[in-house]
Design a protein around this ligand. Structure first.
Ligand SMILES: Cc1cc2nc3c(=O)[nH]c(=O)nc-3n(C[C@H](O)[C@H](O)[C@H](O)COP(=O)(O)OP(=O)(O)OC[C@H]3O[C@@H](n4cnc5c(N)ncnc54)[C@H](O)[C@@H]3O)c2cc1C
Length: 475
């Protein structure tokens, strides 16, 4: 590892850390991410509702409200630059209490949110025909989007790397020293040097703050469990449908995803930071959703999963450490952290006291997405390279060519889930039952590693275990 001193090192490659990384690089500064796992977007960023909220829910005059509203406005141009799909499908908050709807609209206006409307039952029923009988009012927010949160984060990280940023994977920070204004960050084997540190480690914030000698907080974890429904259900709702919010959060919602599935969830139970699913949580979702919509068929579930929020009181913490000069603390980034990430990054840039430098950014090339091409375009591609005609993931229609392209990019995915999150091989109805073996072999071959070194996601999650490499046939 080289001995260069970065202007900043970001600890943690979630959407917030990657946004800060990209912001620094885009403004002409040197930056690296250290990430304990094998890819970006493997923490809370991989497991959420994928919504860019309009911003009416956050309490006025909080960082949450400020960052959500600013972030919402930044998403369209960033996604255009990165060739990432972002769909403005709006959102409804539904219930039987007109007063709550009025309060939400007033709060949204205070936060500077436009495009908020109150609907009565008749109007709502026309727009969402499957609304349950007990629902009498709705708030409709025009400026809400759906996005694929991990694909967005991967592309943002790729752009940073293409423009000179470094990401060190499998690098779990466990020691920091400082000498002459330069931090040395070590995982016990390698060391990275930086003038500033950004702690963006999500649920692990306190452990890392301890290592840095920075402020620690009383963090509550809340687990959110979900069902993912098959593509067959994609039209059951026109956009995101929320119940009226409660103290526990925004409640169990039903939303289309950018890739044509339906998400139902999340729960919000006080928990530890483990991403497990429970029968109690799943039952709770089933009851709540049936009070809101009449056409959600949970027997069409293809996967269940959960994500964990870190909560500190009622706001985010984004600040300069008072205990450790040169350290920025980012903690308690629960919802709407995804929506807020671009604005958090700009705020952190200002906290660092840096002035933007004029740099010309190199653009990442768009991912090839066979599913979005016409027959003529597909045929042209296949004529040039027959790998695009070899379908590996039948459920999602993903070809060998797309998987190879995804590996040979600014950040080489090393894991099966890394492929899944880039091109969706293994995301469909069979959840990889038919294509996992093929994907593992492609990964091993393209990355020139043995098959038993291919991991599902985390360090140690080897897809194949055992001494099958002795004859060399697995390479
Ligand atoms: C159920 C649920 C639903 C949500 N829905 C939405 C939504 O629809 N819209 C929205 O705006 N927000 C939503 N959120 C919030 C959003 O997902 C989070 O705010 C956001 O993902 C937080 O990103 P992060 O980068 O802070 O953390 P993470 O994504 O968790 O990233 C932290 C990274 O730090 C790494 N790390 C930890 N310790 C170390 C170490 N010692 N050394 C190196 N690396 C380390 C981890 O491996 C991880 O990759 C939701 C959250 C949940 C849980």
């Amino acid at each position: 590892m080289e001995n260069r001193v970065f202007d900043a090192v970001v600890i943690g490659g979630g959407v917030v850390g990657v946004s800060v990384f990209n912001e620094l690089i885009s403004n002409g500064y040197t930056c690296a991410i250290i990430e304990k796992e094998l890819d970006v977007s493997v923490g809370t960023t991989k497991a959420n509702s994928g919504l860019i909220h309009a911003g009416f829910d956050a309490e006025p005059n909080t960082l949450k409200a400020k960052f959500n509203v600013e972030g919402n406005k930044l998403f369209p141009s960033i996604c255009e630059r990165l060739h990432v799909d972002l769909k403005k499908c709006g959102a409804y908050v539904v219930g039987d209490d007109e007063k709550v709807i009025d309060e939400l609209i007033a709060r949204g206006k205070k936060n500077g949110v436009t495009g908020l409307h109150k609907l009565n039952r008749d109007k709502l029923k026309k727009e969402v025909p499957s609304i349950a009988d007990n629902i009498t009012y709705a708030l409709k927010a025009d400026n809400a989007y759906i996005i694929d949160p991990y694909f967005y984060t991967i592309c943002l990280a790729e752009e940073g790397v293409l423009n000179g940023g470094e990401i060190y994977f499998n690098f779990e920070l466990n020691r920091v020293t400082k000498s002459s204004g330069v931090f040395a960050l070590s995982n016990g084997i390698d060391t990275v040097y930086a003038r500033n540190i950004i702690n963006s480690t999500g649920t692990k914030y306190n452990e890392v703050a301890d290592i840095l000698g920075a402020e620690k907080y009383d963090i509550e974890y809340r687990r959110g469990e979900y069902y993912v429904l098959d593509h067959s259900e994609k039209d059951i709702v026109p956009s995101t449908i929320f119940p009226m919010p409660s103290k526990a959060g925004k409640g169990v919602l039903v939303t289309p995803t950018i890739s044509g599935n339906i998400l139902v969830g999340p729960t919000s139970y006080v928990s530890d930071d483990k991403t497990i699913t429970t029968s109690a949580g799943l039952k709770d979702i089933a009851t709540k959703v049936s009070n809101m919509l009449t056409n959600v068929n949970l027997s069409k579930t293809i996967r269940i999963f959960s994500g964990v929020r870190s909560i500190i009181g009622h706001d985010f913490v984004v600040e300069k450490s008072k205990l450790q000069d040169g350290v920025i603390n980012i903690a308690g980034i629960c919802s709407p952290g995804l929506s807020s990430a671009p604005a958090i990054a700009k705020y952190v840039f200002n906290l660092l006291g840096l002035k933007p430098k004029n740099v010309k950014l190199q653009s990442i090339t768009p991912y090839t997405k066979l599913g979005q091409l016409s027959i003529a375009e597909k045929n042209k591609l296949i004529a040039k390279n027959s790998d695009y005609g070899k379908i590996v993931c039948k459920c999602e229609g993903i070809s060998l060519g797309e998987i190879k392209d995804a590996i040979n990019r600014p950040i080489r995915p090393m894991t099966m889930d890394g492929i899944k999150r880039r091109v969706r091989a293994g995301m469909g109805r069979c959840q990889g039952g038919f294509c996992n073996d093929k994907v593992a072999k492609i990964l091993a071959k393209e990355n020139n590693i043995f098959l038993d070194q291919v991991c599902k996601e985390k360090v140690g999650s080897n897809y194949i275990v055992g001494n099958i490499t002795s004859k060399g046939e697995t390479k």
